[in-house]
Design a protein around this ligand. Structure first.
Ligand code: HEC
Length: 166
């Protein structure tokens, strides 16, 4: 099959004639392999229950469960603000928050975070919610997707521990 038989076919199209050669083995191999694959894949994709929408929903549910305030028991928020969290949050604050809230949290573009005045509440959970969701219409960024659950909880613990937290 692989060797050229070099038998010219009789028909001529526009002066072009062709040989009656067999298909290359590598090509046939891929062809049969794709048929074999389809026999397995078609029933699997049709009846296997997998769907893009289903996978999306599963991943969203997992992410929701992992978030502070989500369903997940092991969410960082459940641990409450510990001194370790607050300590880790200090560096995050300096990097991401000081530009608006001031190096000493004394306020600037964003409000003072160490006094007892709160727009959105000074409890740990309330601060965490403000950090995660942000107040986009007032210029406070939505930090959840940027920092992730753990760092949000840490920086919220830091802010909560600055003195004004209730
Ligand atoms: C681009 C500027 C900006 C950055 C950066 C920023 N914030 Fe804010 N933040 C604001 C503004 C503006 C407000 C006021 C929102 C309002 O008026 O509702 C605010 C409000 C807040 C509040 C609520 C204060 C209250 O009185 O209830 C908290 C808590 C807070 N920010 C924490 C953080 C933390 C933590 C970070 C860093 C991860 C951060 N912010 C980064 C601008 C910023």
């Amino acid at each position: 099959m692989a060797e050229d038989r070099n038998i010219l076919r009789e028909h001529v199209y526009d002066g072009i004639q062709e040989y009656d050669n067999g298909l290359p083995r590598w090509w046939l191999g891929i062809f049969y392999a794709s048929i074999a694959f389809s026999v397995v894949f078609t029933p699997w994709i049709t009846f296997g229950g997998w769907s893009q929408a289903g996978q999306y929903e599963e991943e969203v549910a997992e992410a929701d469960a992992a978030w502070p305030g989500g369903e997940g028991v092991a969410s960082p928020a459940a641990a409450g603000p510990t001194p370790e969290m607050a300590a880790a949050g200090g560096a995050i604050y300096a990097t991401h928050c000081a530009s608006c809230h001031g190096a000493q949290a004394e306020g600037g573009i964003g409000p003072n975070l160490k006094d007892a005045e709160w727009i959105h509440g000074g409890g740990f959970a309330e601060i965490l919610k403000t950090v995660v969701d942000g107040v986009p219409e007032k210029g406070m960024l939505t930090w959840g997707p940027v920092l992730g659950p753990e760092k949000c909880a840490q920086v919220a613990a830091y802010v909560h521990g600055l003195g004004g937290g209730t």
